[in-house]
Design a protein around this ligand. Sequence first.
Ligand code: SDX
Length: 422
Amino acid sequence: MNESITLTDNRNGASVEVPIVNGTVDARAWADLLPGVYFHDPSFGNTSGAASAVCELDGDAGYLRYRGHPIEQLAEQSTFLEVAHLLLFGELPTRPQLNGFADEIAESASIHENFHKRILEGFRDDAHAMGVLVSSVAALSTFYPDGKDVEDPTVRRSQMVRLLAKIPTLAASAYRRSVGNPYVQPDPDLPYTSNFLSMMFRPAEGGYEVDPVLTRALDLLFVLHADHGQNCSTTTARSVGSSHADPYVLLSAACSALYGPRHGGANEAVLRMLEEIGSYDQVDDFVAKVKTGEQLLMGFGHRVYKNYDPRAKIIKETAHRVFEVTGKNPLLDMALKLEEVALADDYFVRRKLYPNVDFYSGLIYQSMGFPVEMFTVLFAIGRTPGWLAHWDEMLTQNSRIARPRQLYTGEATRDVVPIDER
Ligand code: SDX
């Protein structure tokens, strides 16, 4: 079969044959045939904006692979730092490589004391943790101006290690400030996720033991959130990175995109939705409101997955293990009922709406003691290696600055009328 398409301009009969390569055709091939004519695709639903080797997902088959490794195997066998190494450098690390990587991260995990005093203390007591994270990640740019030399791969590598190391410290500091607890500096002897939990929940006085089941569950959740192709926040990261801005403001932009309730903010919105539904017997009424368009079923639906999100399946299984330690989250039965009702209802089936990564994750976070304002921050910690891997890849590819065309729908040309004559 001829793996190509032929485009014909019917205005003059000219045509061009364009090969179909890996499911895409190169838009640049018809620039000569159709000068000044652009394919309009406002939310990029049918457009590829990047060539990437970082992650592959298939929405119909319902699979997700990081650098070719199936997410199910990584979830089962790998730690978050192993997966971060895989995403950033292309391969799962050997044990010596992992130990060296973990040491680099541990050495770079603390944040400047001025940061706590002058930046974090500047926020209102009720400041949302994501607002604090977005601002404080951007502020790191002023502490590390060396990060601006983005075309030097060695410089990029040290910024990636620094950001991966400091994001959990910033996140935990934002939380401790919000509850009025003194900051806890990272402990270089603790593994990455244990260290984060210690910085989050270590009491001002006395010791703190992280529960291994909860640590493993959180580490697994970070693995499941680590990358997901050209999602909204990664597209933002690549776009900001294409102007050669530094990785700190890039990550802040990515966190900003993630914050929205249609994207990473959905895990927080799911919890608020469940609390708003109120009780198990109100589920049917709520679903009826979704079907009339009055409400969205948060945690459901996906631009790519028209099948069950493979991550949601793993998270649902993980929830049961966490609840054996923490006690069952009282909202679980309501969530399970919502899923059962939706998956049996033609409104959702016809629209191929299934639970996504955000539907069950918040139940776990809440049971582990995280306030709902921290849920999207946890998503951001997990997604950091993915955002950075795409940034590094884009610069390695010498990508041009992102600058899409537009379909102009405004006024035709017209003269300015002097203000006193308007
Ligand atoms: C993430 O892209 C990624 O990979 C993202 C992510 C990642 O790892 O980076 O996977 C993480 O962001 C997951 C998604 C989290 N968001 C939510 O759970 C919010 C609720 N979901 C919706 O907002 C929506 O499903 C989106 C934003 C996720 C996807 O939106 P699309 O692809 O633009 O779909 P659409 O709005 O065009 O919906 C198609 C139809 C519409 O109905 P009709 O106009 O055809 O009648 O489905 C309906 C929508 O109204 N619909 C929903 C719905 N989602 C879509 N109806 C009720 N509840 C929903 N959640």
